[in-house]
Design a protein around this ligand. Structure first.
Ligand SMILES: Cc1cc2nc3c(=O)[nH]c(=O)nc-3n(C[C@H](O)[C@H](O)[C@H](O)COP(=O)(O)O)c2cc1C
Length: 216
């Protein structure tokens, strides 16, 4: 049934895969920025355990572009932080009570609430995003409703050359983003056929990520 749902979503995109299908998830899509602000706060969440790996390189390229475009850019390399699993007790932690948690999550979630632009980045792991990023996303539960009117970019890498494999990560990002109030998707990079660490370096995908950053 789940497979049928994904197949339906992709099919309704006219076979063009996930690129321009945000609206099928109830997510706005805009080529241009909807944030009329100089010095946008751009938060990049780099969700691979491989520092300097393909996803991380895409994040750095995006950051270069976004900085050139005047953004105030901050990259979070997620494995540098303590992110505990979501627990039943976290369901009771809403709003400021999220700050009672003992790990780095309240501080990181606060950055998401303050950001204008959020970049979600993860390699494909078993047709999904990494456990690190998913664990963090689950922990936003106490404050996800405060992440209003944010713009999102997605970055992903995978070994498989098929774009449909990268779409599994895009679908995972969208599963979170579609739950937020009034999100807007701005673009994505799907670096396919990138298995080896550092393969993205000098590839067209690195340039795509840089160009995407310029568009904030
Ligand atoms: C645990 C694990 C699961 C993976 N699963 C997939 C997969 O399902 N499909 C795929 O194409 N590549 C898969 N890969 C390969 C990675 O997506 C690929 O090497 C990617 O470039 C890693 O990005 P990174 O350098 O940012 O960590 C997997 C790698 C690991 C370590």
């Amino acid at each position: 049934m789940v497979t049928a749902l994904f197949a339906g979503l992709l099919a309704s995109c006219g076979g063009k895969q996930a690129d321009n299908c945000a609206e099928n998830y109830g997510i706005n899509y805009s080529e241009t920025s909807t944030v009329s602000k100089e010095n946008k706060y751009v938060l990049i969440i780099s969700g691979s355990p491989r520092r300097g790996g393909n996803t991380d390189l895409l994040c750095d390229a995006f950051a270069r572009g976004a900085e050139e475009a005047g953004g105030r850019v901050e990259k979070i390399f997620l494995p540098d932080y303590r992110v505990d699993y979501f627990t039943e007790a976290d369901e009771q932690r809403v709003g400021d009570r999220a700050n009672e948690a003992a790990d780095d999550v309240p501080m990181l979630v606060d950055k998401m609430v303050r950001a204008d632009v959020i970049v979600l980045a993860s390699p494909v792991y078993y047709m999904n995003i990494t456990g690190q990023l998913k664990t963090f996303i689950d922990r936003t539960f106490g404050r996800y409703r405060e992440m209003k009117d944010k713009e999102f970019f997605y970055l992903t890498a995978c070994a498989d050359p098929a774009e449909s494999t990268a779409d599994w990560a895009i679908n995972a990002f969208r599963g979170f983003v579609m739950c937020l109030p009034n999100p807007t998707e701005r673009g994505m990079v799907k670096a396919v056929g990138m298995g080896r660490k550092g393969a993205v370096k000098g590839s067209p995908y690195e340039e795509q990520a840089y160009n995407l950053g310029l568009r904030i």
